[in-house]
Design a protein around this ligand. Structure first.
Ligand code: ADP
Ligand code: MG
Length: 374
C-alpha cells in the first residue's frame, strides 16, 4: 500500500510523475477517499488493506487492524448470529452482499453503516478475497428521523387546531345559545314577579343578579372560544382578521400601527393562516408588554418563492440574551410555528433600537394544494 505520491514514485522506481503506474494511482485514490471505508478481506475474512476513510469511520489505524477478522466490526448480537460469516457466503455465492445495520467502532460506539461486500476473483476464477465498502449513515439517519419528527409535529398541530376550532364552535353555538335562552327566560320572569305582591321585590333583585352572572359567563365563554380559535379568522378571512387585530391593538394600546399586506386569503391554507395570525398576535402582545413603542409596522409580503412576515416597533428594544431568556415562551412559540411552515425566524434588536421580527416561509408551505382531492 502506498500512502502518498512520493511513496508511489519510490515504490515504482519512477523518474517522472507520468511514470507512476495506474495501480499506484488507484491506491492513492482509494486512500484519499474520506467518506467511505474501503478495504480488502482475504478469503477467510481477515482485513488485508485499509484506507483513510476506514480509519476515520472505524477508528483503527492500519497496523492495528490488518490481519484481524472483520467480525470485530459487528455487534456481539450479530456475531452470535454469525452475520459476518453469512455475508461472506452470500458474497461468494451471489457475487456481492449488501447490508445496512449497526457496526462497532474501535472505541465501542456504534454507527449506522451501509455495507457492500464484493467477491474478488483472479482470472482463473479462484477467490482472492473481498472488497468491502462501508459508509457511515448515522447522520443521515438522524436527519431522516428529525424530518419525520417535524412532520409528525406539524400533523399534530393541524389536528390540535382542528380540535380547537371544533370546541370553540361548540362553545359558541351550543353553550352560548343555551345561555342566551336562559337569560331571556329570566328576563321574561321579571314583569310577572313585579306584578305580584311586594314581598317578591327580593325575587326581582335576585333575577337581575342572575342576569348579570349570565352576562359575565357569556363574556368568559367568548374569551375562551376566541383564544381557542380566533373567530375573526373564520368569519372574515386572514387579511380582514389581521386588519381588525392591528386596529384593535392600536386603539387599545395607543400605538400608531401600520399594516401592509399583499397576499391573497385564497393563497393560504387554514393551517398557515392560523400560524401567521398567531405569530403577528404574539409579536404585537410583546410590543404592548415590553416595547414602550409609539409606532409599529406589520408587513406581510410575498413573491414567487417566499412569504415574509415582518413586525417592527420603535420601542426600547432589548439584548439578544434577554430575548432568549428562560421561561419566555412567546418567541419560542413563534419559532415553532415558523418551523412548522419550514421557514426561518430572525430577531433584530438592541437596547434603544426597537425590536424587529422577520419570519420567512416558503410559499410551497402555505399555499393550498392546487390538485383537487381525488
Ligand atoms: N417588542 C419588544 N420590545 C422589547 N423587548 C421585547 C420585545 N419582544 C420581546 N422582547 C423581549 O424578549 C423577551 C422574550 O419574549 P417572549 O418570549 O414573548 O416572552 P414574554 O413575553 O413572556 O416575556 C421578553 O421578555 C422581552 O424582554
Ligand atoms: Mg411574549
Amino acid at each position: 500500500m502506498v500512502f502518498n505520491w512520493n511513496d508511489a514514485k519510490r515504490s515504482a522506481g519512477a523518474e517522472n510523475d507520468s511514470d507512476v503506474p495506474l495501480e499506484y494511482r488507484y491506491q492513492l485514490l482509494i486512500d484519499a477517499v474520506q467518506d467511505y471505508a474501503i478495504f480488502m478481506l482475504d478469503p477467510a475474512g481477515r482485513v488485508a488493506s485499509w484506507n483513510s476513510g476506514a480509519r476515520k469511520i472505524k477508528g483503527y489505524a492500519a497496523d492495528e487492524i490488518i490481519g484481524r477478522h472483520f467480525s470485530i466490526f459487528y455487534t456481539p448480537e450479530d456475531v452470535a448470529a454469525d452475520k459476518p460469516g453469512r455475508e461472506l457466503v452470500l458474497a461468494t455465492t451471489q457475487g456481492r452482499a449488501e447490508d445496512q445495520g449497526w457496526r462497532v467502532r474501535r472505541d465501542g460506539s456504534r454507527f449506522w453503516a451501509d455495507v457492500t461486500i464484493t467477491a474478488v476473483h483472479d482470472s482463473s476464477g479462484a477467490l482472492l478475497g473481498f472488497a468491502k465498502v462501508t459508509r457511515d449513515m448515522t447522520e443521515r439517519m438522524r436527519l431522516a428521523e428529525l424530518e419525520h419528527a417535524s412532520e409528525m409535529s406539524a400533523q399534530m398541530q393541524l389536528v390540535r387546531e382542528d380540535e380547537q376550532r371544533r370546541v370553540a364552535r361548540e362553545l359558541h353555538d351550543d353553550l352560548g345559545q343555551q345561555l342566551t335562552a336562559l337569560k331571556m327566560g329570566i328576563a321574561a320572569l321579571e314583569p310577572r314577579l313585579a306584578s305580584s305582591s311586594s314581598d317578591q321585590q327580593a325575587g326581582i333583585a335576585a333575577a337581575g343578579e342572575l342576569q348579570r352572572q349570565i352576562d359575565s359567563m357569556m363574556a368568559s365563554l367568548r374569551r375562551i372560544a376566541a383564544n381557542l380559535r380566533p373567530p375573526m379568522l373564520d368569519d372574515l378571512g386572514f387579511s380582514a382578521a389581521l386588519e381588525w387585530m392591528v386596529d384593535d391593538f392600536s386603539h387599545r394600546f395607543k400605538v400608531a400601527a401600520t399594516l401592509r399586506i399583499n397576499i391573497d386569503d385564497a393563497d393560504l391554507t387554514s393551517f398557515a393562516a392560523t400560524n401567521l395570525y398567531r405569530i403577528v398576535q404574539e409579536a404585537l402582545t410583546n410590543v404592548a408588554r415590553h416595547a414602550q413603542a409609539s409606532e409599529v409596522v406589520v408587513e406581510i409580503s410575498s413573491d414567487a418563492n417566499l412569504c415574509t412576515i415582518y413586525v417592527a416597533d420603535n420601542g426600547c428594544g432589548t439584548t439578544v440574551e434577554d430575548a432568549g431568556k428562560r421561561g419566555s415562551f412567546g418567541l419560542l412559540g413563534m419559532r415553532e410555528r415558523v418551523r412548522l411552515l419550514r421557514g426561518t425566524l430572525t430577531i433584530d434588536s438592541a437596547p434603544g433600537k426597537g425590536f424587529r421580527i422577520a419570519a420567512q416561509v416558503p410559499i410551497s408551505a402555505i399555499r393550498p394544494d392546487e390538485t383537487p382531492p381525488a
